[in-house]
Design a protein around this ligand. Structure first.
Ligand code: FES
Length: 504
């Protein structure tokens, strides 16, 4: 008998063992993947991207997938078999990647532009007609670097070993180049790509631009060279981008990248008199407080709990994830993405579950589970003591960062006009639950989900004059970076904020 093959599924990090020749649909169905047309090769809803290994192109792939998609490794999983070891990314798991449909203010220009939000976990790229401001096509993907670590610190560690940095650079440049190739299949005839604007956190900036990441690995975690970087498409080997220039916008300092700079521009907080707060809740919580006179920013290492990682039954917001939990007649009511059997819990479900657990007194304000064992959600999914502690570490870091930044800026929480929550998690999290666990301790009416502000800001930069990103460079000069790690009060406030608020 032939030895088994191994199929690794990203970003779950789960590896399945299978008899060679097993239909992929059998393996993936058991993981909660849906086959919208029943596996008949008619809908392309089941497509997977091959990150490692080979899947031959089938006639159905030829019919349903564009040449650029096939070249980028996309295949229909319902028509494929597991004949050899593979690493796969599933399109269905991209459903929760937040794009942006908001129209931005713009001054018309000739040609086409691409805005890219390069996240640690996900990528979103939009093709725009620079004359009309219309979005012509959108592509999303999981960051291919995730093969080498889910969070920023593990990527940096990988970059510091052997040729790690060059490999991560190659992965992300190739991936964005392929996405642009796919986008350009939707370009109107005769129109060429003028500019590409990329925003991302400081680590993504360094890994894309080829700036050594060593300074990000140790105290004071300050980058040496985080300014605006401009490349030609030829330098990056992006044939589909023609003569376009690629602009990676400048960072703000520490782990506060151009994604946050883009968020400031997208929310307009730098133009208002009354101070506002912008919070990007991710592996690294990034926070900005300020108004048109002064902006203060900081980052705080929240860890990956909000993305479902390091949680015993945690997962990304994908099919089978418990994404919302409410109380109904003293019992927990769980909502499962895709409506089938639950496979785990994602960040928004985790926050809801603990908020409900606090109301039921199943979770104590100290974080201890009242029964000392578990918080059952919907069988077989449950939270254990470790999970509650992970959430406390993450929420303590964010809440302490917000509290200190507001204090340092010199505004009372009640005097803030708005608290904007950026990014996918900020969009899906329940504001009431976030307040109940003390993560975002503001009244719901003060808090506003702001969507993908990074992408919106990148789009606005595409229209910037005299150069894409000129507004960013100017704003960067007026924004002060506060290193929370060096703040003498941070540790004390962090420990205080790790507890949950007592009930009403
Ligand atoms: S399930 Fe429809 S093409 Fe595969």
């Amino acid at each position: 008998m032939n030895p088994p093959v191994h199929i690794e599924l990203l970003p779950l990090g789960r590896t399945l063992e299978a008899i060679p020749g097993t239909p992929l649909s059998d393996l993936l169905f058991a993981q909660g993947v849906e086959f919208p047309c029943g596996g008949r090769g008619r809908c392309k809803g089941c497509r997977v991207r091959v990150l490692r290994g080979e899947l031959p192109v089938t006639p159905e792939d030829e019919r349903l997938l564009s040449a650029a998609e096939r070249a980028a490794g996309w295949r229909l999983s319902c028509r494929a078999r597991a004949d050899a070891d593979l690493t796969l990314e599933l399109a269905q798991w991209e459903a929760a990647i937040l794009s942006d449909d908001t129209r931005v203010e713009f001054a018309p220009r000739d040609g086409l532009g691409v805005a890219v939000d390069l996240g640690t976990t996900t990528l979103v790229a939009q093709l725009l007609d620079l004359r009309t401001g219309n979005v012509l096509a959108v592509r999303t993907a999981l960051n291919a670097q995730a093969q080498q670590g889910a969070d920023i610190m593990s990527r940096i560690e990988f970059a510091l070993t052997g040729d790690g940095q060059a490999r991560l650079q190659g992965l992300i440049r190739d991936q964005i180049g392929s996405l642009i190739g796919e986008l350009m299949t939707s370009a109107p005839a005769g129109q060429s790509l003028q500019d590409v604007v990329v925003v991302g956190n400081t680590a993504m900036h360094h890994l894309f631009c080829g700036v050594p990441v060593a300074p990000l690995a140790h105290h004071p975690f300050e980058p040496n060279d985080d300014g605006l970087k401009v490349f030609t498409a030829a330098e990056l080997g992006w044939a589909a981008a023609g003569v376009a220039q690629i602009h990676f916008l400048p960072c703000l300092g520490g782990f506060v990248g151009s994604d946050i700079l883009a968020g400031i521009i997208a929310t307009g907080m730098h133009e208002r008199e009354q101070p506002t707060v912008l919070v990007d809740l991710g592996t690294n919580g990034e926070i900005v407080v300020g108004n048109r006179d002064r902006l203060l920013c900081a980052s705080t290492a929240a860890g990956p709990a909000f993305e479902g990682a390091r949680i015993s039954m945690g997962m990304r917001a994908a099919t089978g994830a418990i994404s919302a939990v409410t109380l109904r007649d003293g019992r927990l009511a769980c909502q499962v993405l895709g409506g089938g059997e639950p496979r785990g819990v994602c960040g928004s479900g985790l926050v809801d579950a603990v908020a409900c657990g606090l109301d039921l007194e199943w979770v104590k304000p100290s974080g201890r589970l009242a029964n000392g064992a578990s918080l059952p959600l919907l069988a077989p999914v449950q939270l254990i003591q470790w999970d509650i502690r992970e959430l406390q570490l993450a929420k303590g870091a964010i809440a302490a960062g917000i509290r200190l930044l507001i204090e340092r800026w010199g505004v009372r929480p009640a005097d803030l006009a708005r608290v904007y929550l950026a990014g996918a998690f900020g969009n899906y999290i329940s504001r009431a639950s976030a307040r109940r666990i003390g993560l975002i301790d503001f009244p719901s009416e003060q808090v506003e989900p702001a969507g993908n502000t990074a992408l919106r800001g990148a789009k606005r930069a595409l229209f910037g004059l005299p150069e894409p990103g000129a507004e960013f460079a100017e704003l960067r000069r007026c924004t002060e970076h506060l290193s929370l790690k060096d703040d003498p009060q941070f540790q004390e406030v962090y420990v205080e904020e790790m507890g949950f608020p007592a009930g009403a």
